[in-house]
Design a binder for this molecule. Structure first.
Ligand SMILES: *[C@@H]1O[C@H](CO)[C@@H](O)[C@H](O)[C@H]1NC(C)=O
Ligand SMILES: *[C@@H]1O[C@H](CO)[C@@H](O)[C@H](O)[C@H]1NC(C)=O
Ligand SMILES: *[C@@H]1O[C@H](CO)[C@@H](O)[C@H](O)[C@H]1NC(C)=O
Ligand SMILES: *[C@@H]1O[C@H](CO)[C@@H](O)[C@H](O)[C@H]1NC(C)=O
Ligand SMILES: *[C@@H]1O[C@H](CO)[C@@H](O)[C@H](O)[C@H]1NC(C)=O
Length: 464
């Protein structure tokens, strides 16, 4: 009777572990967008902030290499081990499946034996640099929830940069620099993630943690530490996610820091081992990556709890009458108030900020249309009236003449619900009714909302 007992115990253990992975205490909930509640008037819906579960995002990406012909095997090549130029049994031949090392092998199932990996051509053109860009694209904004981990099959590069894009690859900003000698490679002081504080969390650092030393057999990984950064707000074991969520809610830069549409790994100099480059045997120098880990979730602005991969494209399944790949707009006929991102606060259910039935004019690109709207249609949505207890001016705005919110600096929108975008090309000229739809490289995605005053003729009265 010993066996069944053991077996049960093990089953209990694994199910506990599983449950913890599913609902890490750290992460709070936000897995439900709405629920039915009983009120005095009967059954009604209660709406909450919600987001999809974090998952392995490498299943949904597109990978591009630059230069495109940098993968080894065409023509076939034989490589020697970095630490032993006489060990030359690594053969690459693109035309033979068992000997080919295409980029897909960076994302395949790990744990195969022998390991599968992508490999570059060798540093044949030394001293001309051997540089490769590996670009990962999702064509969707995603939020990182765990460390990015690259596993190198050969030595880790002596110099590399991890970059991110938040605008589908149009502009790039560095995430982290990696080098054996940061000063020499990038004229940056070497730092580690442990040097960061809450105030410097968004600083871009150069680290020597993942390149130094000649112990490649033991440590093959290069990390971008997301969790250590979270921990600056949420505590060492991420036990206080409320604090992090509070920060994410109020600090747009912080939220954007962990949000990406693309990643780029710029490999700048391969491992050369402890010694100088051996010009007589350049087959020892190359890049090889066996695994890339990117954990995250679709960014749905807290308006969806699931994200689907359909026809090669990720998209949020929007609730709260929102729509768009990121739920960043109100659905047709649901423009009763300006679209707004959901809020993590108050913990644990947050605030849904659903789109309401009705219309507010959103600036299209067509001024003719606007003029027509001005002349013809005047709709006075209830949201304009700020003296209704439900529709208070937010963020310190004050209600004037029972009609209009005067917003505190930095906020805008009918009820002062949105932070005004700052930076070039932004809707910083709203009061005159002009607005642009430009995107800030790391910022504002929502279209600017024209104040109703610009549309409602002065003689019309709009009190409901
Ligand atoms: C890699 O991308 C950067 C921009 O992020 C570009 O400046 C550089 O030329 C590219 N390098 C290669 C080898 O394509
Ligand atoms: C890749 O293509 C470029 C341009 O077509 C060429 O100059 C280069 O030699 C090629 N590199 C390799 C490793 O074949
Ligand atoms: C590198 O050294 C090994 C061992 O001497 C040799 O077999 C191999 O051909 C060398 N490769 C080159 C390119 O010289
Ligand atoms: C990216 O997604 C948009 C829709 O959101 C689609 O129109 C476009 O074709 C996609 N681009 C690629 C390269 O898949
Ligand atoms: C839109 O929101 C209303 C509540 O304001 C809800 O009753 C309705 O089902 C929603 N419609 C859709 C299509 O989600």
């Amino acid at each position: 009777m010993l066996w069944p007992v053991l077996f049960t115990l093990q089953a209990v253990c694994t199910s506990v572990v599983h449950a913890m992975q599913h609902y890490p205490a750290a992460w709070g909930h936000y897995d439900v967008c709405k629920s039915q509640i009983y009120t005095e008037e009967g059954l009604a819906w209660d709406y909450m902030a919600c987001q999809p579960e974090a998952t392995d995002m490498t299943k949904y990406l597109r990978v591009a290499l630059d230069p495109p012909n940098i993968t080894c095997g065409d023509p076939p090549e034989t490589y020697c081990a970095l630490e032993n130029p006489y060990m030359c049994n690594n053969e690459c031949d693109a035309a033979t499946e068992e000997l080919a090392h295409p980029p897909e092998l960076m994302f395949d199932f790990e744990g195969r034996n022998p390991t599968t990996f992508w490999q570059s051509t060798s540093w044949k053109k030394y001293p001309k640099p051997l540089q490769v860009n590996i670009t990962l694209s999702w064509n969707k904004t995603i939020e990182l929830t765990d460390d990015i981990v690259l596993t190198f099959e050969s030595g880790r590069p002596e110099q590399m940069v991890l970059e991110k894009s938040l605008d589908y690859g149009r502009t790039w900003t560095p995430y982290q620099f990696y080098a054996t000698d940061c000063l020499d490679a990038f004229t940056m002081e070497p730092k580690t993630v442990n040097d960061l504080t809450q105030r410097t969390l968004l600083d871009i650092i150069c680290t020597e943690d993942y390149s130094r030393g000649y112990v490649w057999k033991n440590d093959k990984t290069v990390r971008f530490e997301i969790k250590d950064r979270f921990a600056l707000f949420a505590g060492p074991r991420l036990h206080n996610m409320a604090s992090l969520y509070g920060q994410l809610d109020t600090t747009k830069n912080l939220r954007d820091f962990f949000t990406i549409t693309d990643l780029r790994i710029r490999l700048l100099k391969p491992a050369t081992g402890a010694t100088m480059v051996d010009e007589n045997n350049l087959s020892r120098y190359f890049y090889a990556i066996s695994d890339i880990k990117v954990q995250g979730r679709c960014k749905c602005n807290l308006h969806a709890n699931s994200c689907v991969f359909d026809k090669g494209k990720l998209g949020c399944e929007c609730e709260h009458n929102t729509t768009g790949p990121d739920c960043s707009r109100c659905k047709r006929h649901y423009h009763g108030r300006a679209w707004s991102v959901g809020s993590y606060l108050p913990i644990p259910k947050g605030t849904a900020n659903i789109c309401k039935y009705g219309s507010i004019f959103k600036i299209g690109s067509n001024p003719r249309f606007l003029k027509k709207m001005k002349e013809k249609t005047i709709i006075c949505p209830q949201t304009r009236v700020c003296d209704n207890a439900m529709l208070r001016c937010q963020n310190g705005g004050t209600c004037h003449h029972h009609q209009r919110c005067h917003c505190s600096p930095g906020f805008t929108g009918i009820l002062c619900e949105r932070a005004r975008c700052q930076g070039p090309g932004q809707c910083d000229d709203q009061l005159s009714g002009r607005a642009s739809l430009h995107h800030h490289p790391i910022g504002c995605h929502s279209p600017c909302i024209l104040p109703l005053s610009a549309l409602v003729a002065p003689t019309q009265s709009c009190v409901t």
